[in-house]
Design a protein around this ligand. Sequence first.
Ligand SMILES: [Fe+2]
Length: 261
Amino acid sequence: MFERLNTPEQIFSFKLGSALTMERDTLAMLVDLQDEARRPELKQLLAEHAEETRQQISMIEQCFALLDEKVDASPCAVVKAIAAEGKATLKKTDDSLVDAVILAGALETEHHEQAVYETLIIHARARGAASVAGILEANLAVEQSAGAKVKALAEQIAVSGVAVPTEGMSRGAKAGIVAGVAATVGAAAAAALKAGDHHATETAGTTTVTGSGATAAGSTSSATSTTTGTVPAGGTGTSAEEFNDDALQARIEESEHRARP
Ligand SMILES: [Fe+2]
């Protein structure tokens, strides 16, 4: 490893080594998160990107070979920090909600990786290392594609319901799911309107309901989801607090069904 960086070429090689560490740390994180993820589609996405990341590591090693330099992994603190932050957040996150935390960390990682490759490509081109630039462009394209997939899944679960059913779920988590599902189907808003309430706030979970005239907007805000919907006045919905376990299960299944295209 370089003690000091005295030339642009040394900076490039140092940053290429940081990218190698970045990808190795990302691979370790992706493998760990596959066990934590709840949704099969998220597990699959993480597994696919882990395989792509193995290829990216090999491509960076080829860059060193093309530059006639030995493979040298420089420090990279960013992915380690994202992984540590994600791990700490997962520890205090209810089992039903972990996918949202995983997707947040994954999207943050993908954006960082893209910035790293963009800078490396600029400098590889500037020093006339066209083959190295080509390899780095291929790695950047992989990150852009992975980032788009992560973002699409994050948007999908944010709209259709972040929570997934879990066994032995806490009462608080159950209430959170009920509130989220109720907002998704507009049930709380309908219940508020049915009661003639033009400005009501539900206490279960974090559901807030406002309404007037023929329509009402129901919005739910929590650490991991925001859902907005419009329902007809006089709907047949039920207040979140009135769901029993059977109704809860039915709502969860409905929400899960919506989540799957
Ligand atoms: Fe990546």
